[in-house]
Design a protein around this ligand. Structure first.
Ligand code: EZ4
Ligand code: CO
Length: 408
């Protein structure tokens, strides 16, 4: 069997998505998610201009060989654009292999290790009453673990807080910002550090000690600030504190870790195992946050997670709305199969996204399941996709009150 064509489909139903569709000479197709939020067309070009010509005529069954060929023959190592492109090829080939086997993909990864993947939803509020309402809405939707993000007094707009409560509980707090320039937000770490522990106290008082609560620091703290926040949040027993520092400097986590027992999660902007080497070997984190789609696909992320498993570190696969339903499905198959599953992030996509991507996953009693269709269980409606052309969109960025650019 040979790969006879590979097409890159860019569509923007509720936000921009890039999808790779690989077709074999026997007519079997596979899908991979190549979406890199805010830099979408770079991956589309990497695939169209540099990867698709290499795929034509190859045996679609040779997933490991294709992965190594694309990684090593590029000469230039790593990076989000390269690794997102390789991930899309990898996932599309797994989709094809599972369809040919007549099995849902998780069966080829070793079969189910659990009934479903515990998912966490995103609650947020501009003040505490609004946040408590948002938590209640998520509990009513069936979530059994909840991320807490809040506005900070004195700041106009803060990461993770919905501009307005969404329709039927769903919201995009950072919709593909369809503006010609990135939106500017303001930031003040000291104000944030003063405010956040009281918010968690209010949430615990309202919902009790059992509900798993998460929080995303979104790369904004220095190591000593992160150490203090982790310590101050200990009474509220977080499931995790995510991205407490910009973790390009892996050694910084030694300092955080030596001061707090709040569990730490890191890695949504990482793209290879090398970004985790010190973090995993020295047990400086508790959860691996990588997306399947930005870390070289199922083949590569599985290896990172197997490495992590030797240190009792678990998965927390990235699942925001900028991962397409194809990327989410890949995550769910991996979640179901691996032993060291931790939790799965789940922000629900908008209604137009569901018109373009026909999905077969389920969400029951707080657990996600990828379904039992052969392959990934996602189909792309190309006519629907064509109705939503690409719109340039940027992630926001932050400045401090004196105008200094800060990490967003
Ligand atoms: O801001 O995916 O934990 N989730 C996150 C996300 C990221 C976006 C950036 O593209 O931090 O919401
Ligand atoms: Co995050």
């Amino acid at each position: 069997m040979k790969i006879s064509s590979a097409d890159v489909i860019v569509t923007s139903p509720d936000r921009n998505f890039v999808t790779l569709k690989i077709t074999t000479d026997e007519g079997v197709t596979g899908l991979g998610d190549a979406t890199l939020n805010g830099r979408e067309l770079a991956v589309a070009s990497y695939l169209r201009d540099h990867v698709v010509p290499l795929l034509l005529g190859r045996d679609p069954h040779r997933i490991e060989d294709t992965w190594q060929f694309l990684y090593r023959s590029a000469y230039w190592r790593r990076g989000p654009v390269t690794m997102s492109a390789i991930a899309a090829v990898d996932v599309a080939l797994w989709d094809i292999k599972a369809k040919l086997a007549g099995m849902p993909l998780y069966q080829l990864l070793g079969g189910a290790s659990r009934h479903g993947a515990l998912a966490y939803g995103h609650a947020s509020g501009r003040d505490v009453p609004q946040l408590l309402d948002s938590v209640r809405e998520h509990l009513e939707l069936g979530f059994r673990a909840i991320r807490i993000q809040t506005a900070v007094p004195g700041l106009n707009k803060v990461y993770g807080v919905a501009a307005q409560p969404g329709v039927d509980g769903r919201y995009d707090y950072e919709p593909a910002q369809r503006t010609p320039l990135p939106v500017e937000e303001d930031w003040d770490t000291r104000a944030y550090l003063r405010h956040l522990p009281g918010v968690f106290e209010a949430v615990r008082n309202e919902f009790g000690p059992a509900l798993p609560l998460l929080h995303d620091g979104h790369h904004r703290m220095t190591p000593i600030q992160a150490a203090r926040l982790g310590r101050d949040l200990e009474p509220y027993d977080l499931f995790w504190l995510e991205d407490c520092t910009p973790a390009e400097n892996q050694e910084a986590l030694r300092l955080v870790r030596s001061h707090t027992v709040t569990p730490l999660a890191i890695g949504e902007v990482f793209n290879t195992v090398w970004d985790y080497q010190t973090l995993i070997r020295e047990q400086l984190i508790d959860y691996v946050r990588s997306a399947v789609t930005h870390t070289g696909g199922i083949t590569a992320l599985r290896k990172v997670l197997d490495f992590a498993a030797q240190y009792q570190i678990k998965s927390g696969i990235h699942g925001p709305t900028d991962i397409s339903p194809v990327g989410m499905a890949a995550a769910l198959h991996l979640d179901l199969a691996i032993h060291n599953f931790g939790i799965q992030e789940y922000m629900r996509h908008g209604p137009r996204t569901a018109e373009v991507f026909r999905q077969s996953f389920t969400f029951t009693d707080g657990l996600l399941h990828p379904g039992d269709q052969p392959g990934l269980g996602v189909e792309l409606d190309e006519q629907a996709a064509a109705r939503f052309p690409y719109v340039p969109a940027y992630l926001p960025y932050s400045r401090l009150h004196d105008g200094t650019v800060h990490d967003w």
